[in-house]
Write a protein that binds this ligand. Structure first.
Ligand code: FAD
Length: 326
């Protein structure tokens, strides 16, 4: 029997999607291990009612710890105390920057093994085995744990949210003595760091850029083309370029991003990986520019243009502008 402790992040009265996925995954895995998934929520803003709703995603108990919200070190203190007291075998995180920071801190504190960027977890012989894509997602490595406690940090939104049940979880108030160094940082403000103005779900025309753009600055080619298409157009991106910091996450399409179905989806320098395809295959018309005639995107594009986007996009932009002006 092995129990799993799952961290759930809340913001403005709701748990984020990523945390609900982690709780759902934790519950599924704990059941397969013959144990239970419990959740921990840290922060003064989380009400009992809100915490209890994690039961609907499979948490059998929720520990509510009063303390600063949205900072990693107090959560490390809280989770280390809970793991020590209740002997959890695993700690599970949905990922995201905070999840990575807390998971890594907890691993160091407990001397525990940690797997990051995990996209799937299986139970093998009564123990968890985590799968992590490597080599630019072209291969999967399998990670099992030798330590007493194993830490699993998912890739952002990699874990599916279970259909909510109607059973609320009991909420237990836990008092944690935070380390002196854990309370040195103070949260001054919280919000969407970047990309809050990117609205790709409502756009009729999307110009999406991929790694074929070569550098962040080349997104300008996509912006110019979107502007030339006129109102109702927006710029979107693949995960590869979002991970590289070339474009905000709010503009990411795909399995771990948004699902879109615009009238026109224009792909520039995008290979058409399955994880991207699932987020845009419902588009009415798909046009792709790629210099590789064998790129998978051509298998499902309505119109394919084989060539260098650096030459093709400016020409298309100029042609659209001329048409609008003329
Ligand atoms: C669990 C999981 C979840 C994932 N979630 C997502 C997701 O939500 N969204 C997503 O997009 N990906 C996701 N991925 C990643 C996905 O597998 C791909 O790695 C990613 O979509 C590739 O992005 P890309 O097409 O921009 O880059 P690449 O695959 O590197 O393709 C770049 C393309 O540009 C072309 N090119 C290069 N130069 C030029 C040029 N000058 N002119 C024209 N074409 C050019 C190349 O021929 C190539 O086809 C996920 C992966 C995993 C494992």
């Amino acid at each position: 029997m092995a129990d799993i402790l799952v961290y759930a992040l809340h913001y403005e009265g709701a748990f984020n999607k990523n945390s609900l996925g982690a709780v759902s995954e934790g519950a599924k895995l704990a059941a397969a291990l013959g144990g239970e998934a419990h959740a921990v929520v840290v922060g003064d803003g989380a009400t009992d009612e809100l915490c209890a709703t994690l039961g609907r995603y499979g948490a059998r108990r929720v520990y509510r710890v009063a303390g600063p919200e949205g900072l990693a070190q107090p959560v490390v203190d809280a989770m280390a105390a809970l793991v020590g007291e209740h002997h959890f075998s695993y700690a599970l995180f949905g990922g995201g920057l905070l999840g990575f920071e807390i998971g890594a801190g907890l691993a160091a504190r407990l001397g525990a093994g940690v797997a990051m960027e995990v996209t799937a977890v299986r139970v093998v012989d009564g123990r968890l085995v985590a799968e992590r894509p490597i080599l630019g997602d072209s291969a999967i490595s399998e990670i099992s744990y030798r330590s007493d406690v194993g830490i699993v940090i998912g890739r952002l939104n990699a874990f599916e949210i279970a259909a909510p049940g109607d059973l609320d979880a009991p909420v237990e108030e836990v008092v944690v003595a935070f380390s002196e160094f854990s309370t040195r940082a103070r949260m001054l403000s919280r919000g969407e760091q970047r990309g809050e103005d990117v609205d790709i779900e409502g756009a009729d025309i999307l110009v999406a850029g991929g790694r074929g753009l070569g550098k962040a600055e080349s997104f300008e080619l996509c912006s110019e083309l979107a502007k030339a298409f006129g109102p109702g157009s927006a710029v979107a991106a693949t995960r590869a370029v979002v991970d590289a910091g070339w474009y905000p996450y709010a503009g990411q399409i795909g399995q771990t991003g948004k699902t879109v179905s615009p009238k026109l989806y224009f792909a520039a320098g995008i290979s058409g990986a399955i994880q991207h395809k699932v987020g845009m295959q419902g588009s009415e018309n798909i046009v792709a520019v790629n210099k590789d005639a064998n790129a998978p995107i051509f298998e499902f594009a309505d119109l394919g243009i084989v060539g260098d986007l650096n030459k093709i996009l400016p020409k298309l932009t100029a042609a659209l502008r001329a048409r609008r002006e003329g």
